[in-house]
Write a protein that binds this ligand. Structure first.
Ligand code: TPP
Length: 353
């Protein structure tokens, strides 16, 4: 008997409907946790909007907006323990902030400053630009964690387009064969720059790609922070027992790929309209107001506070002393090679052309 691809069934978890109404039994999340989840989403949105403006003013370099993907990032990162690790790509600022990465350093990164990759002790790997490569780093990290019995889980974030890369598949295979404490968190935001999900892969879901590697997987509504948070908690339990898993968070990139492109050139505006109606903040806010743990005044104050935090982080970044070319040689290897020492000395002597 042939097995047809549409015979693979993948569950999709959703608690909040598009209007913020609970669909089934509410997940077991305390009120203070709900408020924390929402506050982080507000912080992410405010950071994102400010970063976009700063780039337009020429005060920071290229930036990859995360608007629309707040629930996927915040829900997943809030579930982590401090000992767990994040291996991000360029769009995961919010997840990194939740896990302790300083916002100031993220700004420095956008300014080409060497400090921009310094997590200052938070378990966050440097941003990866090579699509999919972070999955392999996460395999290495997870394997080391297992070897040293650290009880830590490594989480690699990747986009829908990234799941068409070889690195992703090699990492999945390795993680499963070696039973690594690893979570593949795919943010299916429907677009890989200007290439839609439908032209990227023939797979009915991204989640089912895990099946071939003997790995459990699930789809979540990536705009429903309750679904993401609850599912991620379960994933962490599995991963800690050496069962790697894949979560496909179905979400949408509301903005451009980066500040260097214009989605109006390649995207149907109606598609965006439909997804704006499913906005993650709007849903969570409606749910919390209905539950009487939130109101408009608190909301306004939270946006103002978030704005203030971003402003302070940016001020610190702008006023940080600039990195020097020589410093580059200090961060390549823990112990510098002779060749790099020679290069560093020659730059100190002759300067950079
Ligand atoms: C190996 C590699 N190939 C191509 C690129 C150029 N590139 C940058 S982002 C991107 C699309 C990635 O899309 P997706 O994985 O869906 O993530 P998203 O940007 O939507 O978050 C591509 C092809 C790259 N950075 N690395």
């Amino acid at each position: 008997m042939w097995m047809e691809p549409n015979e693979v069934t993948i569950e999709k978890v959703q608690y909040l409907d598009e209007n913020g109404k609970i669909r089934a039994a509410a997940p077991d999340i305390r009120d203070d946790e709900l408020i924390t989840l929402y506050k982080w989403m507000v912080q992410a949105r405010v950071f994102d909007q400010r970063a976009l403006k700063l780039q337009r003013q020429g005060r920071i370099g290229t930036y990859a907006p995360m608007i629309g993907q707040e629930a996927a990032q915040i829900g997943s990162a809030c579930a982590l323990g401090k000992q767990d690790w994040i291996y991000p790509s360029y769009r995961e600022g919010a997840a990194c902030f939740v896990h302790g990465f300083p916002m100031k350093n993220f700004f420095l990164y956008t300014m080409g400053h060497l400090k921009g990759t310094d997590a200052e002790g938070a378990h966050v790997f440097p941003v990866q630009i090579i699509i999919g490569a972070q999955c392999l780093h996460a395999v290495g990290g997870a394997w080391a964690g297992k070897y040293h019995k650290e009880n830590s889980v490594s989480v690699t974030y990747i986009g829908d387009g990234g799941t068409s890369e070889g690195d992703f598949h090699e990492a999945m295979n390795f993680a499963s064969v070696y039973k690594l404490p690893l979570i593949f968190f795919v943010q299916n935001n429907h677009w890989a720059i200007s290439v839609p999900r439908s032209k990227q892969t023939a797979s009915k879901t991204i989640a089912q790609k895990a099946v071939a590697y003997g790995m459990a997987s699930i789809q979540v509504d990536g705009n429903d922070v309750l679904a993401v948070y609850t599912t991620m908690k379960q994933a962490l339990e599995r991963a800690r027992q050496g069962k790697p898993v894949l979560i496909e968070a179905v979400t949408y990139r509301q903005g451009p790929h980066t500040t260097a492109d214009d989605p109006m050139k390649y995207r149907d505006p109606q598609e965006l309209e439909q997804w704006l109606a499913k906005d993650p903040l709007k849903r969570m806010k409606a749910f919390m107001i209905e539950k009487r743990i939130w109101n408009e005044a608190l909301d306004k104050a939270e946006f103002e506070l978030a704005e203030q935090k971003v402003k302070e982080a940016f001020e610190l970044a702008v006023n940080a002393p600039k990195s020097t070319t020589e410093e580059i040689f200090d961060v390549v290897y823990e112990q510098r090679t002779n060749q790099l020492t020679e290069q560093k000395n020659s730059i100190a002597r002759e300067g950079v052309l």
